[in-house]
Design a binder for this molecule. Structure first.
Ligand code: ACO
Length: 400
């Protein structure tokens, strides 16, 4: 096509459904498959660590053991936040308390400040982008952890180092949030959740980052846009919204109601009022999101264990409620849960505060975003679709 030729007959695709908006070598999403650079998600969840998957996405191939050691060291060395970002986080208590900001907004602002302080912020070469991606990947868990410390009114955990260098990305995130090191079982479940969340081709937030990168704008700005897009409850915000919905059902039907008509009635009312059930449905997966059963199984195992522990979270009842809701949704609407549904249940079981579920999604998805930003910059064309006008007919401003 020449620069001046217009497409023959453009058609309207609301929500860009079914539109192939570009190419990627990073991820292949289809019915029954999710592949990161040639590796299937079940394989990765069972055999890889999040650090290995992050390397795969950012550097483009499976790491050797020496490459992984080098990468891990690079990330650990970048975990601490600049004092300007810590100072900002210390001021966020009142805004979080009043609700003018939620944790996703704080993460977004912190990533923007990191950009303002990054000596390579305006560089968009592949090498500079890769270095910046690693710095952002390293620092997002520290942002989340420090913010949670402020919310809980505890001293900021490890502000000088951004954590314990011996801990993995997942374990360190949990340590920074609470000041306590997680059990290996908990760290493993969070690690797998990060693997599942890392990448998903042209989803709304990644597409946002590509649109921003496509103007030759910078990585921190594109990431800030990605965070804003991920926040919404139709996208990543669904992991928080799903848990809030389950809490609402539990409250409305009472504990004795699990598995009884009370839940059916609650659901029927939701259907009658055309309420969207959070954590269900997907634009691409129509026969189920196969990330969901991986996390459901792991989360349920943790819940079963915890329910047996004196002082545990008695979390199994939440999984039982969730499973009942899933059965009704499938029977009545033929709609399956997406990954955010078991994620909400799993993080809840582990005692992670609900408003941090989507920020934790960010701690993983920055890898996918960065890979797409670099891919966009490497072979760029401005992303600029057209709209079908449905406004008023032509009028004269002077009325003549
Ligand atoms: N609850 C109730 N009904 C639903 C749901 C749901 N969660 N999802 C889809 N439907 C229904 C719609 O009402 C619609 O029915 P209709 O044809 O009778 O009007 C039909 O299924 C098709 O749904 P759309 O909304 O058109 O599907 P779309 O592809 O536009 O939306 C989306 C996908 C946004 C994920 C939708 O399923 C939804 O809102 N789900 C709840 C939010 C959610 O869980 N988002 C997380 C997605 S995964 C992720 O981002 C990591």
């Amino acid at each position: 096509m020449t620069a001046t030729a217009a497409p023959a007959s453009p058609t309207l695709a609301k929500g860009l459904e079914g539109v192939i908006a570009g190419e990627t070598a990073i991820c292949n999403v289809g019915q029954g498959q999710l592949i990161y650079r040639g590796y299937e998600i079940h394989d990765l969840a069972a055999h890889a660590t999040f650090e290995e998957v992050a390397f795969l996405l950012l550097e483009g191939h499976k790491p050797s053991s020496s490459e992984l050691a080098r990468f891990t060291q690079e990330i650990v060395a970048e975990r601490a936040l600049p004092s300007g970002v810590i100072d900002f986080i210390r001021t966020t208590g009142p805004m979080l308390k009043s609700g003018t900001a939620v944790p996703m907004d704080i993460v977004r602002t912190c990533v923007s400040i990191l950009g303002n302080l990054d000596k390579e912020s305006q560089e968009i070469t592949h090498e500079a982008n890769l270095r910046k991606a690693k710095r952002i990947l390293a620092k997002v868990p520290t942002i989340i952890g420090h913010m949670q410390n402020v919310i809980d009114g505890r001293e900021i955990v490890e502000p000088k180092t951004g954590g314990d260098p011996k801990l993995s990305h997942a374990a360190n995130l949990m340590y920074l949030m609470s000041g306590s090191k997680p059990t290996p079982a908990y760290a493993k479940v969070v690690d797998v959740s990060l693997i599942l969340y890392a990448e998903h081709d042209y989803n709304a937030s990644t597409f946002t980052t590509r649109v921003i990168a496509g103007t030759l704008s910078d990585m921190h700005g594109a990431m800030a846009g990605g965070i804003a897009a991920l926040k919404g409850p139709l996208h990543g915000g669904a992991n928080e919204a799903a848990m809030e919905m389950l809490k609402e059902i539990m409250h409305d039907v009472g504990e004795k109601g699990i598995g009884t008509d009370a839940v059916d009635n609650w659901m029927q009312n939701a259907f009658d009022t055309k309420r969207k059930l959070m954590g269900f449905g997907h634009r691409v997966y129509k026969n189920g999101d196969h990330r969901a059963p991986i996390l459901h199984k792991m989360g349920r195992a943790i819940a079963e264990q915890d329910t047996k522990n004196p002082g545990g979270h008695a979390a199994l009842k939440w999984f039982e409620l969730g499973e009942h809701v899933q059965r009704i949704m499938l029977a009545k609407k033929n709609i399956h849960p997406n990954v955010d549904f078991p994620c909400g249940l799993t993080y809840f079981t582990m005692g992670i505060p609900v408003p941090q579920y989507t920020p934790i999604f960010v701690a993983s998805r920055v890898t996918g975003w960065a890979a797409h930003i670099m891919e966009q910059h490497a072979n760029n064309r401005l992303i600029r679709p057209i709209a079908q006008y449905n406004g008023p007919d032509l009028m004269s401003w002077t009325g003549k």
